[in-house]
Design a protein around this ligand. Structure first.
Ligand code: MOS
Length: 699
C-alpha cells in the first residue's frame, strides 16, 4: 500500500463516541494487575542502598551485620555486581564503579525474602565515603554554563534571526523580565516498579513503563543480550507523565538483583521518597525574555534565553525556548539554551517538557507586553498570529489559536473584563481573570507494527505492544480498530502491554495514538485488501505505521487557549481558582470522555504548578528536601473547582488517517501563565517565579 492510501482519512463511527474505558471495570474491581501485583510464586525483594553524599566515592561497604540477617539472599555492591556492557547512559550504569554523581544514587542493594528484611539489611550496611566538594546550585551568574550540542527532541540549541538587540533598542514598546520555574517531580500514583526474573539468559520484566519495547531496547545492551531475550509485560500502568518514558536506575537494579538469584522473581519499587531522586524531574529554569513591539502591539523582536540544570553524570537538555520559535512571528528573533551540569539527580521528561516551563515564561511576558501596549491580551495574541511557521517557513497543517482564543473569550465572558488590575473585590477576596496560549507539537514515531487475526469467535484480535498509562489507550485503539475494520467495537479484542506483541513505540510526546493508531489502520486496510469483508477463521495481516510525506512538508502543532479566574485573599495571600476554561485545537477528538479527562488532568497539573509544586534543592547537601506529599504539594480535590475543557470541531487530515494530533500534554501548557496573569489582574502584583505562594502576594 502506498503512503497516500495508508494515510487516507478513516470513515469514523466508533471514533468520536464517548466510549467508557474498556479496562475500567477491571481497574475499579482490582482485577487489573499493576507491575507489583502480578501473581508470581516465591517472590524476593530488593531494596537499594543509596549514597548519602552528593559527590565522591565509596571507599568500603561493611556488610557483615547485614549478611548475618535471616532472610538475606544476596548483597550486591560495586565489588560483586555483574558487569554491565555499556556505560553510555551513566544514569543506568549503576554499581559499576565507586564514583558518586548525586545524593541518593544507588551504591548497593540487598535481596531478601521480604521487603522488610531487605530494607533492614540495607540499614545495617556500613559505608565509608571519600567526600568531594559538590556543586548543586543553579544560578544565572555561573561561569561554567555551556551550550549543549542540541536540546531534547533534537532541536537546535540556539536559533537566531536578524539583529535582536538592535531591534529591541529600536522598539517603541519593550519588556525585559526574568522568569523562573522550580524543580518539579512527576509523582505518578503508581510508584516506579520493576519485577524481574532471570532465567536461562532471558529476563521477564513486569514493568511500570511508558514503552514496553523501548524499555527492553534500552536494557538489552547493558546486559549484552538481544532485545528478544527480554520480555516486558505492562498491561496497566498507574500514570507516568513522562517519568516512565525512559528506563531509570531501578529497572537496572531489578535486573542485577534477578541475576543474583536466577529463576526467582525479584520485586523492586521505589518509595515515594526515592522517586524524588531516581525517577527524573522537570529541570528548574531561569528564563530571560525580552519582547519588542510597535505601538499597535506587533512584535518586532523576541529574545528568549534559557538557563537550566542537568546532572553531571548525564546530560538532559530541556527544549524550553523551542515553543517560542513557533508561537509568534517577529522580524528579529533569538532563542538560546545554556546548561549548568551539577551534582544533582538526573532530570527527565515531565508532561510537555519544554513547552510547560517555556510557555509559562513566554505567555506571562505576552501579558506584560499587552499591558505595556495598552492592548487586550487576547487581541495582542491575535495580532501576532503567524500565517506560516516562523521558524521553518512551512505552512501549518492546521493552526487555529485565534479560534481557541475567540471561542474561549466568548464562553468565559472575557468582554466583561475590566482591563485595569485590582478593580474587583468581594468579602476580602481580590478577583481577576487571565488568559494564556498553549501549544504542543504533533509527533508520530516510526516503527510501530500492528497485527490483526480473525478468530473463531467472529472477532478480530488486534495486537500491538502499546501501553496505557491511564490515558485511555485501551479504549481509543479499540475504537480506531473498529472503524478501520468497519465493524462494531464489540468485535475487537485488543491486546497491548507486552513485548510478545508486535513492536510499538514509546508513549511519549503525546505520540502514542498517532503512532500506534496509524499502524492499526494500516494493518486493517491490509487485512481487508487480502481477506475481504468475509474472512476465514485464522486470516491475518500486519502492517507498520506508514510514512507520512506531510510530516516533512507541513508544520504540525496543536494549539489552545487557557482562561482562568482567581480569587486572592487580601489578608492572607491565599489564591483560589474558582474557574478555568481550556479551548483546544488538536485535530479530531477520538473519544470525548477520555480526551476531556486528559485536558482537565493537564489543566489541573498546570494549576498545581502555578500554585503549589516546588521541589526544594538544599544545595549545601545536594538533597531534594521536599521528598514526600507532606512537603511537596500537588493539587487535591479541594483545590479544584470548575475546570472545563472544550475543543474546536475539526479534523487534521495531514496528521494521520484518524485526523488526530495527540492530546496528552497540551492541557498543562499555558495553564500556569493564565493563573499568574489572573493573579496580576486581581492584585496588580506580577509573580515571575513559580509557584505563586502567598508570601509573594503580601507586603
Ligand atoms: Mo511525555 S513527558 O513526552 O511522556
Amino acid at each position: 500500500m502506498n503512503a497516500d492510501a495508508a494515510n487516507a482519512p478513516l470513515r469514523t463511527r466508533a471514533i468520536g463516541q464517548p466510549l467508557a474505558r474498556i479496562e475500567g471495570h477491571a481497574k475499579v474491581t482490582g482485577a487489573a494487575r499493576y507491575a507489583w501485583e502480578h501473581d508470581l510464586s516465591d517472590p524476593l525483594y530488593a531494596y537499594p542502598l543509596q549514597a548519602t553524599i552528593a559527590r565522591g566515592r565509596v571507599v568500603s561497604i561493611d556488610a557483615e551485620a547485614a549478611r548475618a540477617l535471616e532472610g538475606v539472599l544476596a548483597i550486591i555492591t560495586p565489588d560483586n555486581a555483574p558487569k554491565l556492557q555499556s556505560d553510555e547512559n551513566k544514569e543506568l550504569w549503576i554499581l559499576q564503579s565507586d564514583g558518586i554523581g548525586f545524593r541518593g544514587q544507588f551504591i548497593g542493594a540487598v535481596v531478601a525474602a521480604s521487603l522488610e528484611v531487605a530494607r533492614h539489611a540495607v540499614d545495617l550496611l556500613r559505608v565509608q565515603y571519600e567526600e568531594e566538594f559538590h556543586d548543586a546550585d543553579l544560578r544565572a551568574d555561573r561561569n561554567d554554563l555551556y551550550a549543549p550540542e542540541c536540546v531534547n527532541a533534537g532541536y537546535p540549541t540556539d536559533s537566531v534571526e536578524g539583529d535582536v538587540d538592535a531591534a529591541l533598542q529600536a522598539a517603541e514598546v519593550s519588556i525585559d523580565h526574568t522568569y523562573t520555574t522550580p524543580m518539579e517531580h512527576n509523582n505518578p500514583m503508581e510508584t516506579h516498579t520493576t519485577v524481574a526474573i532471570w532465567n536461562d539468559g532471558h529476563f521477564t520484566l513486569y514493568g511500570s513503563t511508558q514503552g514496553a519495547h523501548s524499555l527492553r531496547k534500552t536494557l538489552a545492551p547493558l546486559f549484552g543480550i538481544d532485545a528478544d531475550a527480554i520480555r516486558v509485560i505492562a498491561p496497566h500502568v498507574g500514570g507516568g507523565f513522562g517519568s516512565k518514558g525512559t528506563a531509570h536506575a531501578h529497572d537496572v537494579l531489578a535486573c542485577l538483583a534477578a541475576q543474583a538469584v536466577p529463576g526467582r522473581p525479584v520485586k523492586v519499587t521505589l518509595t515515594r521518597q526515592q522517586m524524588f531522586q531516581l525517577a527524573g524531574y522537570r529541570t528548574p529554569t531561569i528564563q530571560r525574555i525580552r519582547l519588542g513591539a510597535d505601538r499597535e502591539g506587533r512584535l518586532t523582536a523576541i529574545a528568549h534565553d534559557v538557563i537550566e540544570q542537568t546532572s553531571r553524570i548525564k546530560e538532559f537538555a530541556e527544549q524550553t525556548a523551542v515553543p517560542t520559535r513557533i508561537m509568534y512571528a517577529a522580524p528579529s528573533r533569538r532563542t538560546t539554551h545554556r546548561l549548568a551540569a551539577l551534582d544533582v539527580p538526573v532530570p527527565s521528561w515531565m508532561r510537555a517538557p519544554g513547552e510547560t516551563p517555556g510557555m509559562f515564561a513566554l505567555e506571562t511576558a505576552m501579558d506584560e507586553l499587552a499591558i505595556a501596549c495598552g492592548l487586550d491580551p487576547v487581541e495582542l495574541r491575535v495580532r501576532n498570529d503567524p500565517a506560516t511557521d516562523p521558524e521553518s517557513g512551512k505552512p501549518w497543517s492546521h493552526r487555529d489559536l485565534v479560534g481557541c482564543l475567540r471561542e474561549g473569550a466568548r464562553r468565559f465572558g472575557w468582554d466583561r473584563r475590566d482591563r485595569a488590575p485590582r478593580t474587583r473585590e468581594r468579602h476580602g477576596w481580590l478577583i481577576g481573570t487571565g488568559v494564556a496560549a498553549a501549544t504542543y507539537p504533533r509527533y508520530r514515531m516510526p516503527g510501530s507494527v500492528a497485527a490483526i487475526r480473525y478468530g473463531r469467535d467472529g472477532r478480530y484480535a488486534v495486537r500491538i505492544g502499546a501501553v496505557d498509562i491511564g490515558t485511555g489507550t485501551w479504549t481509543a485503539l479499540t475504537q480506531i480498530a473498529a472503524d478501520a475494520l468497519e465493524c462494531p467495537v464489540e468485535s475487537i479484542v485488543l491486546a497491548i502491554g507486552d513485548t510478545d506483541l508486535p513492536n510499538a513505540t514509546v508513549e511519549g510526546g503525546s505520540s502514542g495514538v498517532s503512532s500506534w493508531g496509524t499502524a492499526i489502520v494500516a494493518a486493517a486496510r491490509a487485512f481487508r485488501d487480502h481477506h475481504g469483508r468475509d474472512p476465514k477463521v485464522g486470516a491475518e495481516a500486519s502492517a507498520a505505521s506508514p510514512d507520512n510525506p506531510d510530516e516533512e512538508r507541513l508544520a504540525m502543532h496543536s494549539f489552545g487557549a487557557q482562561f482562568a479566574e482567581v480569587m486572592v485573599n487580601a489578608a492572607t495571600g491565599e489564591v483560589r481558582v474558582p474557574r478555568m476554561l481550556g479551548v483546544f485545537s488538536v485535530g479530531r477528538i477520538l473519544n470525548p470522555r477520555t480526551a476531556r479527562s486528559q485536558f482537565i488532568g493537564g489543566m489541573t497539573m498546570g494549576l498545581s504548578m502555578a500554585l503549589l509544586e516546588h521541589s526544594v534543592m538544599d544545595a549545601r547537601f545536594g538533597e531534594v528536601v521536599t521528598h514526600d506529599f507532606a512537603e511537596y504539594h500537588v493539587a487535591a480535590h479541594a483545590d479544584i473547582e470548575d475546570v472545563d475543557a472544550i475543543w474546536l470541531d475539526e479534523s487534521d487530515p495531514h496528521s494521520n488517517a484518524m485526523g488526530s494530533r495527540g492530546i496528552g500534554e497540551i492541557g498543562i501548557v499555558g495553564a500556569a501563565a493564565a493563573i499568574g496573569n489572573a493573579v496580576w489582574h486581581a492584585t496588580g502584583i506580577r509573580v515571575r517565579d513559580l509557584p505563586i505562594t502567598p508570601d509573594k502576594l503580601l507586603g
